[in-house]
Design a protein around this ligand. Structure first.
Ligand SMILES: [Zn+2]
Length: 337
């Protein structure tokens, strides 16, 4: 069996012809296998969804209980057979519930890793290398210039700023699923034990993380009422980046605008967004993590998707490793990273 006969790119997403299922389809399909809950990978309206329990629960939080017809939870490592194709889910280290999906038939195994990262994240299970013939990797930060700093260094910058500017609110832009909870948890790990204020749009997912055993400490609603503006002096307020242009954000006392994203290592992007304190914290691999992962797995072929495919394809080719870009469409590299 050739790899293309087992899994192939289509306009609707990756499709497995013998199993008759899609992985992270961008349009509603009959049977979807979903790697994680970010909006560009997990969409509502599929007839049947197979995903980890946490991804299913996150989809229900985001889209409502009717996000799909039938649903089935896959435990990490469990093998499930669909029309003669064996599939299994393995931790991807990206956000809570995130999984790589291994697809296997006639001794050929392809791993679709979805979005993933290799460094420690106290809010989700660590990436697990799965030996495979074909490894499908993302390429969000697949350029040698992308090297993410230590997350602890970035968090300490934020804490130092709250001490340096005790009269100013610190508004931290962080994506609602994963990044926000990770930033909060990392603050706690660095000993920051003051209440952290959250925008209403983060509440359900923060509550969900807490229900899954990820202690986020005391969270309070970041609601401005007449006369309480002073309460936010020196405070850390976390909200989705999209809310920072709203009037909501401008009402806090002399806010320091912060943004937690891998893209913050591009100074121009930080400037364009008016970010005063960029925090380079990414839920994706940097260049070294991508290339080390491919070295670790030593697959016989690499398929590269959504991001800067060309540099990684070229890096593989120089090593004599067959690689190709998949040119899948519909996956964002900036909305939720
Ligand atoms: Zn993602």
């Amino acid at each position: 069996m050739r790899p293309d006969d087992l899994l192939r790119p289509t306009p609707d997403g990756l499709y497995c012809p013998p199993g008759d299922f899609h992985i992270d389809p961008v349009k509603p399909v009959a049977r979807a296998l979903v790697t994680h809950g970010h909006a560009d990978h997990a969409r509502p309206g599929n007839e049947a969804v197979l995903a980890t329990r946490q991804t299913l629960e996150i989809m229900a939080i985001r889209y409502g209980d009717n996000f799909a017809g039938a649903r089935q939870a896959a435990a990490f490592g469990e093998t499930i057979t669909i029309n003669g194709v064996t599939v299994s889910f393995h931790p991807a280290g990206h956000v809570l519930g995130s999984a790589q999906i291994a697809v296997e038939k006639n001794g050929l195994r392809i791993v679709a890793s979805g979005d993933y990262k290799r460094r420690a994240d106290p809010t989700c299970a660590a990436f697990e290398p799965v030996p495979c013939d074909v490894f499908i990797t993302e390429a969000t930060f697949a350029l040698p210039v992308f090297r993410h700093p230590e997350q602890r260094t970035e968090i300490r910058k934020l804490i130092a700023s709250t001490r340096q500017f005790p009269e100013r609110a610190h508004l931290v832009g962080a994506y609602a699923l994963g990044k926000a909870q990770r930033v909060i948890r990392l603050l706690r790990d660095e000993g920051y034990d003051a209440p952290i204020y959250i925008h209403g749009a983060l509440k359900k997912l923060c509550d969900y993380y807490a229900s899954q055993g990820i202690d986020l400490g005391e969270l309070r609603p970041a609601t401005l009422e007449r006369g309480n503006k002073g309460n936010f002096a020196g405070a850390v307020i976390v909200g989705p980046p999209s809310t920072f242009a709203d009037r909501w954000a401008r009402r806090f006392p002399d806010p320091v605008s912060c943004f937690a994203s891998g893209w913050m290592q591009v100074r121009q992007r930080a400037r364009q967004r008016g970010v005063e304190l960029p925090l380079v914290i990414s839920d994706h691999c940097d260049w070294d993590e991508l290339t080390e992962t491919i070295d670790d797995l030593a697959p016989s072929e690499v398929w590269v998707t959504h991001g800067r495919e060309e540099a990684l394809v070229r890096w593989c080719s120089l090593k004599g490793l067959p690689a190709r870009p998949l040119h899948l469409v519909g996956y964002e590299d900036e909305n939720e990273d």
